[in-house]
Ligand binder design. Structure first.
Ligand SMILES: Nc1ncnc2c1ncn2[C@@H]1O[C@H](COP(=O)(O)OP(=O)(O)OP(=O)(O)O)[C@@H](O)[C@H]1O
Ligand SMILES: [Mg+2]
Length: 355
């Protein structure tokens, strides 16, 4: 951790000797790494001293790595995302023409819709370091320290050409409820505003909030770019299901059916349901049990599947929902559930069999 090359080589060589008897390939790889010349240890990135809260001594911000989940957005969100990236990439040109705005982006919307994820993707796309501030942890119990914490965050990122992400920005507005000291709230809001104003124009600030209406208009004005998130629509849900079921063409029909059944769920819910179902399947070395997954969605028991048999009533309700409410053809329902069309029709009343 202290970038002490000699010690690392010394310990590494000892490890090599010990490994050699049990894992020759591992020992060879380790030796190869140790033998490499002129490779600087990346100590600077790891030992970077982050500003801390005076009382708790906890860091006020964290460095996050590139996200490993792709971001799925609706058309409006995608075009706003791309416009922001384009403006950030060609910022100098916009400045030269006098049409640049501060690169500050506000993400608002309900939990679990991908706000934090999107911010991570922006940093990754632009190849910038991604500093994440959880504002609720910055709010100190010591009077006066909150503003001080916020100031040290902005001082820290100044000139770093990074992406500063202020998560849960509404935590500041909530101080209004928790404390009677309105003076301090005002001071904190002003410190955020001053912080944003103090950064170089090409700095990128992204903020996220679940309660857009709680934010001060003076803060809103600092963010010329805005993306608002909602519960995902059908197309988006379908893309999310397909991805989280493993990008497997075998689950193409399933993704469409599950998207019909999951109105109101957000991206995080869909991820959890899909992964839970895949884990269950993995233990049994089987494909995902669509009866179980679909029925648990109908019951809105996201993530908790009754493994084993699905009750007859639930099967009936599932098939009725798809056929009657969503007007899905019986052949399609059969493909989704991995049964024959003949197995589907008995569940539907004779009058509805023609679908
Ligand atoms: N639109 C999406 N595209 C891809 N994955 C998503 C999307 N929405 C949610 N997810 C999945 O859910 C996880 C949680 O999303 P994220 O943390 O970005 O939500 P959030 O909007 O920041 O929620 P909160 O307001 O609670 O912080 C993501 O890491 C991702 O795996
Ligand atoms: Mg978040």
């Amino acid at each position: 951790m202290a970038a002490d090359y000699d010690r690392i080589r010394q310990v590494g060589r000892r490890l090599c000797t010990e490994l050699a008897t049990q894992d020759t390939e591992g020992a060879r790889l380790l030796k190869q790494v140790l033998g490499r010349k002129g490779v600087p240890l990346r100590a600077a990135g790891y030992s970077e001293a982050l500003p801390v809260d005076n009382k708790s001594r906890l860091p006020l911000l964290e460095v996050h790595e590139t996200p490993d989940v792709p971001i799925f957005l609706d058309e409006l969100g995608r075009s706003a995302f791309e416009a922001f990236l384009a403006d950030a990439t060609h910022f100098d040109k916009l400045v030269a023409q006098g049409i640049a705005s501060r690169l500050a982006l506000m993400l608002s919307g309900p939990p679990g819709t991908g706000k934090t994820l999107l911010a991570g993707h922006i940093a990754a796309h632009l190849g910038r370091k991604f500093y994440v501030v959880r504002l609720d942890s910055v709010i100190s119990s010591l009077l006066g320290d909150t503003a001080k914490n916020i100031r040290s965050i902005f001082d820290f990122v100044a000139g770093k050409n990074a992406v500063l992400f202020l998560d849960e920005l509404d935590a500041i507005a909530k101080m209004r409820d928790d404390r009677n000291e309105l003076g301090e709230l005002k001071r904190v809001v002003n410190t955020v505003i001053q912080g944003i104003d103090s950064l170089e124009p090409s700095a990128i600030v992204i903020a996220a909030t679940n309660h857009a209406q709680m934010l001060d208009t003076a803060i809103w004005r600092r963010f010329p770019y805005k993306i608002s998130f909602g519960a995902p629509e059908y197309d988006l849900r379908q893309a999310l299901w397909f991805h989280f079921l493993g990008d497997d063409p075998a689950y193409e029909v399933a993704s469409r059916m599950l998207a019909l059944l999951s109105e109101g769920l957000n991206g995080a819910d869909i991820q959890q349901c899909a992964l839970a179902a895949r884990r269950l399947a993995a233990h049994k070395d089987e494909h995902v049990d669509m009866w179980g997954l679909a029925c648990s969605l109908m019951h809105r028991q996201a993530g908790s599947f009754a493994s084993g048999t699905v009750a007859l009533n639930d099967k009936r309700r599932l098939i009725e929902t798809l056929a009657q409410e969503h007007r899905v053809a019986q052949a399609e329902i059969a493909r989704f559930l991995g049964v024959t069309r003949q197995a589907i029709s008995p569940y539907l009343k004779p009058a509805d069999n023609g679908n």
